[in-house]
Design a protein around this ligand. Structure first.
Ligand code: C5P
Length: 280
């Protein structure tokens, strides 16, 4: 079953939050083609939900607003995660987040399954973004994604996630990247007392995949312009796109921005959220 008529939830829910790359610096490329990255990653309090129940054989069913096109067989990363955990089960996956969207999608779902089974190793075998999704905390991500370290002092910002409903292929975006040996992030973070300080610092950083992603999906430029024009402290793109995020000074400002953007762009996916597990 792949659609909204999937059967009722079957066990306690497991949360798979949206992942946001606040920065994404591409600093090199390995011989196997994978890129070396430096990224400041946070998670949002919006995401997919999974219900996992032990079973004799693996099965997956998908519901939710973004269920269409999600595989229900071994191509789905949640299936592969359960196999890595050697734990056959039935997984009900409620897809609330757009996929092919730069906010974790299948990687966060797979990490949720690994977390459920207490498997904290080998996550990178499922995908470069899966290790960072295991903890749901603010982290610095390095290597191809397998080197992660917690970041303290992240303010709990009010944000919008905005997607123009354009799906982007991550390999295609990386292929379109012109320069692969860009400068890394600073070794030390300055400390961000509030959303304004974080926004100010983010303006000095980059997402090196923004230019290639905009080349493939020009609508990303419209999204960034809409967020910037709606009282955001900062607007950026997450991962390889096409989802962009806006950082706001308050929940009221984020809500007002959401309403005004939705009025002009009724077809865009817009979610208001807060960072998960920010210290303040
Ligand atoms: O690891 P994952 O399957 O999620 O990566 C998808 C694709 O993104 C890879 O096949 C590769 O083309 C690209 N990628 C990369 N360097 C990374 C992560 C992903 O080139 N560090």
């Amino acid at each position: 079953m792949t659609t909204a008529e999937a059967s009722a939830p079957i066990s306690a829910p497991v949360f798979a939050p949206a992942k946001i790359n606040l920065t994404l610096h591409v600093t090199g490329q390995r011989a196997d083609g994978y890129h070396l990255l430096e990224s400041l990653v946070v998670f949002a309090d919006v995401g997919d939900r999974l219900w996992i129940a032990p079973a004799d054989t693996m099965s997956v069913e998908v519901s939710g607003p973004f269920a269409d096109g999600v595989p229900v067989d071994a191509r789905n990363l949640v299936w592969q995660a359960a196999e890595l955990a050697r734990s056959p089960c039935h997984i009900h996956l409620q897809k609330n987040l757009p996929h092919g969207a730069g906010i974790g999608g299948g990687s966060s779902d797979a990490a949720a399954v690994l977390r459920h089974f207490g498997i904290m190793r080998d996550a990178v075998r499922l995908g470069a973004d899966v290790p960072v999704c295991l903890s749901m905390q603010p982290q610095r991500m390095q290597g191809i994604g397998e080197v992660v370290s917690p970041v303290a002092g992240m303010p709990c910002c009010d944000i919008l996630l905005v997607n123009p409903r354009v799906t982007l292929s991550t390999p295609a975006v990386f292929s379109a990247l012109a320069v692969r040996d860009n400068p890394a992030m600073p070794q030390d973070f300055p400390g961000w007392p509030d959303a304004a300080a974080l926004a100010h610092w983010l303006a000095t950083q980059r997402n090196d995949l923004l230019i290639p992603a905009m080349g493939l999906a020009p609508a990303i430029g419209d999204v960034l312009q809409a967020i910037r024009g709606s009282d955001a402290l900062y607007a950026g793109m997450s991962g390889s796109g096409s989802t962009c995020f806006g950082v706001f000074a308050s929940g009221e400002k984020a809500a007002a921005a959401k309403a005004s953007i939705a009025l002009k762009q009724p077809d865009w996916w817009i979610a208001q959220a807060r960072f998960l597990a920010g210290d303040r």
